[in-house]
Design a protein around this ligand. Structure first.
Ligand SMILES: [Zn+2]
Ligand SMILES: [Zn+2]
Length: 482
């Protein structure tokens, strides 16, 4: 097997930043050495990567992607091939995609479809969560079966999208009870979809059809209410582990923090778009351009929604960064769900409720959260913890993934803090979209080299990986519970 030595870099883990040389043999990290120690031991690696002045971090793990997801009469525009290649460009070496079962469909069929989409196509490793869009006897049996046999230990339910993915409170409770019995985790899209649908119909009746009304008809109290309700149901269901996906609002964060203060197994992620984007600068743009940023939960106002003041007073973004620092929010994912403007987003011309929900970000999460380190929101250690290590622990992949340690998979990113990254459709952009959700953003750092299970996939601004290198990762139960 070929050996690689990454030398002269600073290795970042959740507990510190240290000068360490990393020796890789085949697909695994085999030893951590003090700088120069390899020469003293007579180790001659097949390949040496000089990381002088650079950071060496575990490969990023994005635990929330939707490749090829059917939605709103179309499908997310990244395939597993294009999406995992873009992930590699972004320093991400494992993605966890959402396998889909809709009402009336069989869970095992849904999973087989997802395996067929991914197998042989991925540039980096992949795992699945299972969306349960129709809770009934059959799907609940499948939930237990997948947990015990298929390496899928987390199940996403929706309190939004009535008629598509929605589960009512009784269904949610039953799924939670089943998950509690077999040790699985419930992931929740927490927005009160029934109330939102009323606000949407009222807005459309008033002739309010522009993209910005997508956000204004999904006010943050309806995310906070659903978050609270999910927490209560999880408690009643036997303290089943609950993970709130894509948290976007300060008032929802308050509900989460209160539950965590009570010692509950309740966790959440947020996404770069909620940390960096505002309604005013995105959805609120004139004409139809705002459609680029239609996603749910929505990009929120710079300040707390004017009708719902009384929160912490520094806007949703300030709250979310604080939550990330304090470990109220454990993980940053992307909810990567890209749609092109042409023939996809434009299905909603003249009616914001018909715009496919989602934006692309799998390529830029490591960059955008690193920028939070530059601006003083997070430490280097916390960047690695929220983007690499906790995702592995939360979803049962540690220590195979998420850490630079002997025995771990050789998923390693060399990060250059001294070179800027310009994001945009004519700059850095490898996702299958006709625009960039992050057009014009400039990052004070750069993905330099990316290694996926020992294979160099990004080097010298070139993709050197290959389709089919990525393997399916069977996950265990969460290793993050209190
Ligand atoms: Zn969702
Ligand atoms: Zn999602």
């Amino acid at each position: 097997m070929a050996t690689t030595l990454i030398t002269n870099g600073k290795v970042i883990s959740p507990t510190g930043v240290q000068p360490i040389d990393v020796l890789i043999d085949g697909e695994k990290i085999v030893s951590l050495l003090s700088p120069g120690q390899a020469a003293g031991l007579g180790i001659v690696a097949d390949k040496v990567i000089d990381a002088t002045g650079k950071f060496v971090i575990p490969g990023g793990i994005d635990v929330h992607t939707h490749f090829e997801l059917p939605f709103g009469g179309t499908a997310a525009s990244d395939t597993f091939e294009t999406g995992t290649r873009a992930a590699a460009w972004g320093g991400v070496t494992t993605i966890v995609d959402m396998s889909l079962q809709r009402y009336g469909e069989n869970v095992l069929d849904g999973l087989a479809t997802w395996h067929a989409k991914a197998e042989g196509n991925c540039a980096v490793d992949y795992a699945f969560h299972q969306i349960v869009g129709g809770v009934d006897e059959e799907s609940l049996k499948a939930l237990t079966y997948l947990t015990e046999n298929e390496g899928i230990t987390s199940f996403k339910l929706f309190m939004a999208y009535p008629g598509v993915f929605y589960s009512d409170d009784g269904q949610i409770l039953r799924a939670m009870q089943t998950a509690a019995d077999c040790g699985a985790m419930i992931m929740m899209h927490a927005e009160n979809g029934m109330a939102i649908d009323v606000l949407v119909q009222q807005a459309l009746a008033r002739g309010e059809t522009d993209p910005k009304y997508h956000s204004l008809t999904r006010p943050s109290p309806l995310e906070a209410e659903a978050t609270h309700r999910a927490i209560v149901l999880s408690h009643v269901a036997g303290n089943v582990p609950l993970y709130i996906v894509h948290m976007s609002a300060g008032d929802a964060l308050n509900e989460l923090a209160a539950a965590r203060h009570q010692g509950r197994n309740v966790f959440a992620e947020t996404c770069p778009q909620y940390l960096w984007m505002t309604l005013e600068e995105t959805l609120g743009r004139p004409g139809f351009e705002g459609a680029k940023w239609v996603a749910s939960p929505p990009i929120r106002s710079r300040d707390h929604d004017p009708d719902f003041v009384g929160q912490m007073g520094h806007g949703h973004q300030g709250d979310l960064w604080k939550g990330l620092r304090m470990n109220e929010l454990a993980i940053v994912s992307t909810d990567h769900c890209p749609f092109c403007m042409k023939d996809q987003k434009d299905l909603g011309l003249g009616n914001f409720s018909k715009i496919p929900n989602g934006m692309g970000g799998v390529e830029h999460r490591m960059e955008l959260i690193y920028q939070g380190v530059v601006t003083g929101e997070l430490s280097l250690e916390r960047w690695v913890e929220t983007c690499c290590t906790t995702p592995a622990r939360m979803f049962g992949m540690y220590p195979q993934k998420g850490i630079i340690a002997p025995g771990a998979d050789a998923d390693v990113v060399v990060w250059d803090p001294d070179t800027k990254t310009h994001i945009g459709i004519n700059a850095k952009h490898h996702m299958n979209m006709d625009h960039s959700s992050w057009e014009g953003y400039v990052i004070d750092g750069k993905v330099d080299t990316v290694i996926s299970r020992g294979l160099t996939v990004i080097e010298n601004d070139e993709y050197t990986g290959r389709k089919g290198h990525g393997k399916y990762i069977k996950r265990g139960l969460s290793q993050y519970l209190v």
